[in-house]
Design a protein around this ligand. Structure first.
Ligand SMILES: *Cc1c(COP(=O)(O)O)cnc(C)c1O
Length: 340
């Protein structure tokens, strides 16, 4: 039997419908802005979030890194939660590409509040980094898939406006949040100077992320993409997958979130499990109790055809996605009580 892969929502493969859309894409040279499918994807994402322009990139790391570089100057700093992807999982790119420092907040489940951001903003002095940019992550990956509502973001937005800071959203999984809150992408777009959205996570595209913002921001961002080597040519084949994903795979993210919730409810009842982080979207993070370790538990899972990833010596992460259906979740739920 094929293993059930809960390692990440990046493992999804294109569906037949998506492959069809890719094969039939009309393409051109996107570095010359002549790929109609890339142009259509960028226009679509910009319109969704009520922004003027957008930029298709190979990865979410690149869209985030381009945003950092475009919003800042060397010797500035970015304020973010200590769990942030831009700090944890982007190879320290903020220092490498942008020559900026990072000012970390200890939030809750990857989320920060306006008072915490306010306390982090540095006064202006020759010997201090200049606080220039705040980055929020929605949903928060290492935070266990927790999400912000627009009501929670608004005080942070107001603070940034008042203090002259830019606000970027790492919205790798923003649609996993929006299917829960019922809020519109337009409301989110109005709160941020720039937004990065991953097409290659639960949305199911094989490659790609989109950065969206105002026209002048994206004009600068396009040059940064080029210097990073991210200018692709007939990228419309990939953009077609992204358009298909946005048209067909947003609504169904609700299923992934529901599957994760079911897994979380079961884990909470198992004697060998502790500290199941609150499950808000498609990520489940929990500890296994000694004598189990994450490694020994993952081995037991693998013997039962289930793949997951370690998130610490005692900590395990499950991620639900497009390629894990309800039957597979039932199989996982049947196996879990037998382990330990
Ligand atoms: C996956 C992810 C990214 C981007 O990752 P890539 O693998 O570079 O596309 C950015 N932010 C968060 C929160 C993510 O989970």
């Amino acid at each position: 039997m094929k293993p059930i892969n809960l390692i990440s929502d990046t493992v999804t493969k294109p569906t037949p419908g998506m492959l069809d859309a890719m094969f039939n894409a009309e393409v051109g040279d996107d570095v010359f802005r002549e790929d109609p499918t890339v142009n259509a994807l960028e226009a679509k994402v910009a319109a969704l979030f009520g922004k003027e322009a957008a930029l298709f990139c190979p990865s979410g790391t690149m869209t985030n890194q381009i945003a950092l570089k475009t919003h800042t100057q060397p010797l500035d700093e970015v304020i973010c939660d200590e769990y942030s992807h831009i700090y944890q999982y982007e190879v320290g790119g903020y220092a490498f590409h942008s020559a900026i420092s990072v000012n970390l907040i200890q939030g809750q489940h990857g989320k920060v509040t306006a008072p915490q951001v306010e306390a982090a903003i540095k006064p202006v002095a020759d010997w201090l980094p200049a606080s220039r940019l705040v980055v929020l992550e929605n949903t928060a990956n290492k935070g266990g898939g927790s999400y912000y509502t627009t009501g929670e973001v608004q005080p942070i937005r107001d603070l940034c406006l008042e203090r002259g800071l830019k606000l970027h959203l790492d919205g790798a999984r923003i649609f996993n949040a929006l299917v829960e809150t019922g809020e519109s992408p337009l409301a989110v777009g109005a709160q941020f100077d720039s937004i990065s959205v991953c097409l290659s996570k639960g949305l199911g595209a094989p490659v790609g992320s989109v950065l969206t913002g105002e026209a002048e921001f994206i004009r600068k961002a396009r040059r940064i993409r080029k210097v990073m080597g991210g200018g692709m040519r007939q990228a419309g084949y990939l953009a077609a997958a992204g358009i298909f994903a946005l048209d067909h795979h947003i609504h169904r993210l609700k299923e992934d979130n529901l599957h994760a919730r079911h897994l979380g409810q079961l884990l909470n009842q198992l004697p060998y499990v502790g500290n199941v982080r609150p499950v808000q979207t498609n990520i489940v993070i929990f500890d296994v109790l000694p004598p189990l370790t994450a490694a020994s538990f993952l081995e037991q899972l693998a013997q039962n055809g289930i793949l997951a990833s370690p998130f610490g010596p005692q900590t395990v992460r499950f991620v639900t996605h497009l390629d894990v259906n309800a039957d597979m979740i039932d199989r996982v739920m049947a196996v879990l009580p037998k382990l330990g």
